[in-house]
Design a protein around this ligand. Structure first.
Ligand code: ADP
Ligand code: MG
Length: 253
């Protein structure tokens, strides 16, 4: 079976003084279509660096990333940029919305960049924003939106091109509890229904219940993978959880 994503022995090293820091230190995993995975771990464990590599924004020092059967490391920069726009949707902690475009226009912009802004695309942009609870804010500029609303616009923008791979770094950081559940559930459902692959970095224990798997990073490596048969719901309620020593997950920060 073809995987949506294959990461093999990925390393990202930064020179520091006379030595180096390995932000990512030999990470390998696969993601199938329809799979939604949570990436967790303490601050500094390499989550954002890994996401940036998967988003083709950062080249690894070594190792390979294959998305939809295509090896990123073999692509020239221009092709990588086109591939990124078409196949990868991402939201990073800074939302980077275009300040003079409305919420709807920010989402439509991604279609425009691919020369794919037609009536169907416009309808999809509107539907995504409605699904994310922004039906009243379609024509608002970013500065007229709360942090959480901006974050949801960024999530809609990451999904509009119907990418193979959807990446989100702390998508619930500025959302209240109710909204956080709604947004992550929507994200998880869209990944399932539309048969995409999704990775969400999160510090929020309550959000891992929507994931099919939890990948736990520590010091640039995968410390462990928590599978669906391990009761994920117990992560949200550590007191009742005997099986997984939650203290070691570095999630309580
Ligand atoms: P996380 O997202 O899990 O908090 P990061 O991926 O941001 O972790 O960082 C992992 C490690 O790599 C940290 O020790 C960080 O200081 C280091 N690091 C990240 N980016 C750089 C960089 N551009 N130069 C040097 N070190 C970096
Ligand atoms: Mg980070």
């Amino acid at each position: 079976m073809a995987f949506a994503l294959e990461a093999r022995s990925v390393v990202k090293a930064y020179p520091v003084g006379s030595g180096e820091v390995r932000a990512v230190d030999g990470v390998s995993f696969d993601l199938q279509m329809g799979e939604f995975v949570a990436l967790v771990g303490p601050s500094g464990s390499g989550k954002t660096t890994m996401l940036a590599i998967l988003a083709a924004l950062l080249r690894p020092t070594s190792g390979s990333i294959v998305i939809d059967g295509q090896d990123l490391s073999r692509m020239k920069e221009i092709r990588r940029a086109v591939f990124r726009r078409r196949k990868i949707g991402f939201t990073f902690q800074a939302n980077n919305l275009v300040s003079y475009l409305t919420a709807l226009e920010n989402v439509e912009l991604m279609l425009r960049l691919n020369n794919e802004l037609d009536a169907a695309g416009r309808k999809r942009a509107r539907e995504l924003l409605v699904l994310l609870g922004l039906e009243e804010r379609l024509d608002a500029l970013p500065r007229q939106l709360s942090g959480g609303q901006q974050q949801r616009v960024a999530i809609a923008r990451s999904l509009i091109n119907q990418p193979t791979l959807v990446l989100a770094d702390e998508p619930t950081a500025s959302l209240d509890t109710e909204r956080a559940h709604q947004v992550v559930q929507t994200l998880a459902n869209l990944v399932k229904e539309q048969n995409r692959a999704g990775i969400m970095v999160t510090h929020d224990l309550r959000m891992v219940q929507y994931a099919d798997r939890v990948i736990h990073m520590l010091d640039g490596r995968i410390e462990r993978v928590i599978q669906p048969d391990d009761d994920l719901s117990c992560l949200a309620d550590p007191d009742s959880c005997q099986m997984i020593p939650v203290d070691t997950l570095g999630l309580s920060a």
